[in-house]
Design a protein. Structure first.
Lengths: 682, 351
């Protein structure tokens, strides 16, 4: 009697086909006799591991159809459906394993550029970034970093890799890149594109379309390019030099940048006969707070307009006591800017407790480091203005009841408080506004009076008019705007070539060997337990002397060396070949984070619970192999906190586990223009 | 061997035992055995068993001789005591250690070469003494450390990688153990931890000599198609005769067993071993029938596994010798060596 074939079968089905040795589930372990023939199977319950599941060791190789019925029958706890082996040839699977890259709207290849930095290849790292996110120097300072909360390192220990600040390292240490930048051809293709607003979205579109021969014209209302990157992000976080350089790389390809040229009429713009129009005009309207006293003083400012005035030196000072209303990232920029314009006591007033704050954790930290006072549970009631002079602001002091999921179940006013101040800055949100688009052009607007825009093609209901950045789907951030730019550029190209804008190339995935020799890989698979490095910054006296003193200094060389080793190389994928496996358990025994297991076929939840360390993070995928050749069990891997140390592959005697570098290939406008280029990409 | 060390990080949902330790705390240094070696699987099972028993490492002594198998004591319980002794002489060294420190838990790791060839005499005598220890034979049928010659445990007709067949009958550790009178005889397979872990726990809790033969494929020299100790062959001819559930003293038996289907054996330390039989008429307390069963199974080429024989009645070495209940190694010098006057009185008694 051998162990050929095993499965988790439903008890009821087993009883239909076989005669059990005894009665009751526990005593049923043993030899079961086939009711129809001479075949036998051994059944045993793995009660401690998989409750209620019978594990059948079916008899010799030439077992009858009875065992097959058992194997092919429904799994316990699931109706009929069978778990298919994971198809890792689909680009999506390994793409999702690289959490940072998957979370990045532009899918920047983070592990790749971090490895380049670790090798001292700063220029290569910069160019790798530029391919996807276009503005590495800018984003390395002010990106909203969706990659970092997603970073696997943050689940293995507490803090993610400092991905964003490593991007800045690549940018700060790069050599001259002019030769490596895309260039526009002398011979244009005859298609003219109009772009509204010289912000990151429009610039990203130009970046993709100029090299294809398009003639791009940007209409910018202000006297300088950069959009909200220029006007709303203070220069102590993002120096003008960095902006100028990276905007220059694009404009210098020959973009027709028309400054001080606000578009006043969409109809007039359309009448100029452009082949396509891209609207990247942002969300330039700051929300106001219409409560008593609002219009009685000129010391009440709307955040983003006020920041813009500061950026253009129209405002150079502020009162000693300043209140900022709102706790988003704009509020953080407002309070820190106030401190540099002469304020001594700055309070950020929040209506709700800290867990509801919209600002990124690191922006809050930076503000608090500068001694900004963040006051919670204060809801604005009125501005107190006496004889035309702002004296202070009256707040309702709030109390909230929260449930276990931190949702507000009830709230009440428990008091009131007058807080004296000289100025108030409102930073409670912003909206997009299109007063300049006539409503009779055939462009559909939704119930919030914003244009209806296709989320994939970025096309409005008016063919040939595309939206991107904050103008498309409301306020997001720079990295989203860049991605919108890439996607809109593809659509604009398709539109101008008379093709369907919805017809887009799918992503591809390449896997490359990383094995250099026995126990040797071309990535650093040693797990480095170092903690996240903290970026050094200018001291608290010097930084307030001038609005333009950049606060963060960037990582030192030693810090870079430590931080790059914290990256887990999640793109070094564990690739499994089921027919090579001899089920020796070596990989399972060595895995430091117990993410592997060999389990009888069952539905996904049963497999997740069956691993030695339960796979509880359902956001993360489960890899499931085909049946293994000795026992028909499945190799199961929980991707959640795999540290990509490669020990499973090092301990595998047959090469069933291998470490292979995945590279997701994402098509841009240039790939749509040149199918040979796309096919050759690897 | 791998150049990188196993990262000292753990999965947050990894369980902790009564001592607050995770299974990782029971590991040793990184293995230097071939990738895929059955011995490493056994090491993982030992680590799991000690963790499940809530055993403090300083309560354990790891003993071994020479061979691939004997290297494995380095790969678990770094904080335990241990002696890596001369080839085949681990039983004697363990006897000495046990004589001095009867309060420790002894685990001896040997191989088919270390036990069935050079150490066969020692193996026989340690059984005869019923020394309180778990004696594990990591049995792969070859001398792996000297490049794969047949060992004394190699099956008749099993072939080398180059196709030469073994002409000599094997010395089977299980049948030898039974014949020598061992009080606990079991066999397991490195590829089935569900069975191996409870057997290790039962063997460690058994008062007396527990012999556990573990088929452990040599992935480098004895895992080919014509081998009878390969992963594939062992799985094909695997015959678990008895399922062992180990229930520690602190836990109640909750499962219901029908009469005749399962046998409850209470061990000296209060733990229980529940033996669920695959073949109804098998009796693991009948040495003669166990022997016959094994002989029949051998004819069919089956690898019979499980706790095949257990005898709780034999006293261990200390009981038979009437030694002091306090470990000799714990006694003060005066207590251990009461002086020449006492010696003279003792000698007088023999005159």
């Amino acid at each position: 009697m051998g162990l050929h074939g095993c499965c988790a079968a439903s008890f009821e089905l087993a009883e239909e086909i076989f005669e059990p040795p005894g009665t009751g589930r526990w005593s049923s372990c043993g030899v079961w006799q086939c009711k129809a023939g001479p075949h036998r199977v051994i059944l045993r319950t793995f009660a401690p591991v998989l409750p209620g599941i019978c594990f059948a060791f079916a008899g010799p190789r030439d077992q009858g159809s009875c065992a097959r019925k058992l194997i092919e029958g429904p799994r316990p706890g699931v109706q009929g459906s069978k778990l298919k082996p994971t198809d890792t040839t689909k680009p999506e699977y390994f793409h999702r394993v690289v959490d940072c890259q998957y979370a990045c709207p532009a899918h920047t290849d983070v592990p790749e550029y971090i490895r380049m930095i670790s090798q001292g290849r700063f220029t290569d790292a910069y160019m790798e970034n530029r391919k996807s996110n276009v503005f590495p120097g800018i984003l390395g300072r002010v990106c909203d970093r969706p990659c970092e909360p997603a970073c696997r390192r943050g689940r293995v220990e507490e803090k993610p890799v400092a991905i964003c600040r490593l991007k800045r390292v690549a940018s700060d240490n790069r050599d001259e890149v002019t030769d490596r930048l895309p260039k526009a051809p002398e011979q244009k293709n005859g298609k003219r594109i109009a772009l509204v607003g010289a912000g990151c979205a429009s610039l990203a579109v130009c970046n993709d379309l100029m090299p294809l021969g398009y003639e791009c014209t940007i209409f910018e209302a202000l006297g300088i390019a950069g959009g909200l990157m220029r006007t709303n992000i203070p220069s102590f976080r993002l120096p003008a030099k960095v902006l100028d350089e990276e905007i220059g790389y694009i404009v210098d390809m020959g973009v027709d940048l028309r400054l001080n040229s606000p578009v006043k009429s969409m109809k007039a713009l359309l009448d100029e006969g452009y082949d396509a129009v891209f609207i990247g005009s942002g969300a330039p309207k700051g929300k106001d707070l219409d409560i008593p006293g609002r219009w009685d003083s000129d010391r009440i400012h709307v955040g983003i307009q006020w920041l813009e005035s500061v950026a253009f030196d129209h405002v150079e000072s502020i009162g000693k006591q300043v209140l900022i209303i709102g706790v988003g990232n704009t509020a953080m920029d407002c309070c820190r800017t106030s401190l540099r314009l002469g304020a001594e006591n700055v309070k950020v007033m929040a209506r709700r407790p800290r867990q509801f704050f919209k600002a990124s954790a690191w922006e809050l930290e930076d503000a608090e480091e500068e001694n900004v006072d963040i006051v919670v549970n204060h809801s604005p009631r009125e501005f107190v203005v006496e004889d035309g002079v702002l004296k202070g602001m009256l707040f309702d002091v709030m109390e909230y009841d929260l449930d276990e999921n931190d949702r507000v179940t009830d709230s009440r006013v428990v008091g009131e408080k007058l807080i004296p101040c000289d100025d108030v800055v409102l930073a409670i949100g912003q909206e997009n506004a299109f007063p300049w688009i006539e409503r009779d052009l055939g462009m559909e607007f939704d119930k919030w009076d914003v244009p209806v825009v296709n989320e994939i093609t970025h096309e409005s209901t008016l063919p040939g008019v595309f939206f991107g950045g904050d103008a498309a789907f409301g306020p997001k951030n720079i990295i989203w705007a860049v991605e919108h730019g890439h996607q809109a550029a593809i659509s604009i190209h398709q539109h101008c070539q008379g093709k369907d804008v919805a017809e887009r190339l799918p992503n591809r995935m390449n896997l490359l060997a990383t094995k250099m020799g026995p126990y040797e890989w071309n990535f650093s698979n040693h797990f480095d337990g170092s903690e996240r490095r903290i970026v050094p910054s200018v001291d608290l006296v010097t930084r307030f002397k001038n609005l333009n003193v950049e606060v963060e200094l960037g990582f030192t060389a030693e810090q870079v060396a430590a931080e790059v080793e914290r990256c887990l190389n999640c793109d070094a994928q564990t690739v499994f070949t089921d027919n090579l496996c001899i089920e020796c358990d070596a990989c399972i025994d060595i895995c430091p984070v117990d993410c592997l297991g060999m389990l009888p076929d069952a539905e996904e939840q049963v497999l997740r619970d069956g691993l030695k360390a339960k796979a509880t993070n359902i956001q993360q995928q489960l890899f499931v192999s085909g049946p293994l050749k000795h026992t028909a069990r499945l190799m199961v891997k929980d991707e959640d906190i795999c540290v990509h140390c490669g020990l499973c592959a090092e301990r595998c005697p047959t090469g069933a586990w291998d470490m292979q570098k995945s590279r997701i290939l994402i098509p841009y406008a240039a790939d749509h223009a040149d199918s040979k280029r796309w096919q050759a990409k690897s | 061997m791998s150049f990188v060390t196993k990262p000292r990080i753990i999965h947050k949902s990894l369980k902790r035992n009564a001592l607050g330790l995770t299974v990782r705390d029971y590991e040793g240094v990184a293995t230097t055995l071939c990738a895929g070696c059955g011995h490493d699987s056994i090491t993982a099972a030992i680590v799991q068993a000690f963790w499940e028993l809530d055993m403090p490492a300083q309560q354990v002594a790891k003993m071994s001789g020479i061979g691939c198998s004997s290297k494995t004591t380095g790969y678990f319980l770094s904080a335990a005591h241990g002696v890596n002794s001369v080839h085949g002489r681990m039983p004697s060294v363990t006897t000495g250690a046990n004589a001095a420190r009867r309060d420790l838990t002894y685990i001896g790791i040997s191989g088919d070469g270390d036990s069935m060839s050079i150490g066969l005499g020692q193996f026989a005598h340690v059984i005869r003494r019923n020394l309180d220890m778990l004696y594990m034979v990591e049995n792969n049928g070859v001398y792996g450390l000297t490049k794969g010659q047949f060992s004394a445990a190699a099956d008749l007709g099993s072939q080398t990688k180059k196709g030469e067949a073994n002409q000599q009958p094997p010395i089977d550790p299980v049948k030898t153990g039974l014949a020598m009178g061992a009080s606990f005889v079991a066999r397991a397979f490195s590829g089935d931890k569900e069975q191996l872990v409870p057997l290790i726990k039962a063997g460690l809790s058994h008062k007396g000599f527990a012999m556990l033969d573990v088929i452990s494929p040599c992935v480098t020299f004895n895992d080919h198609e014509t081998s009878t100790k390969s992963y594939a062959h062992t799985r094909e001819y695997y015959h678990p005769a008895i399922h062992t559930d180990f229930i520690p003293p602190s836990e109640e038996i909750v499962a219901q067993y029908d009469d005749g289907e399962a046998m409850d054996v209470k061990l000296h330390d209060g733990s229980h071993v529940i033996l669920r039989k695959v073949d109804k008429d098998y009796d693991p307390t009948d040495r003669g029938r166990a022997f016959n069963y094994l002989m029949d199974a051998q004819d069919r080429g089956e690898v019979v596994t499980g706790l095949l024989y257990i005898d709780q009645k034999q006293g261990d070495m200390h009981q038979r010798s009437g030694t002091a209940s306090k470990p000799l190694g714990r006694m003060e010098h005066e207590e251990l060596c009461p002086g020449s006057e006492v010696l003279k009185d003792l000698q007088k008694a023999y005159r």
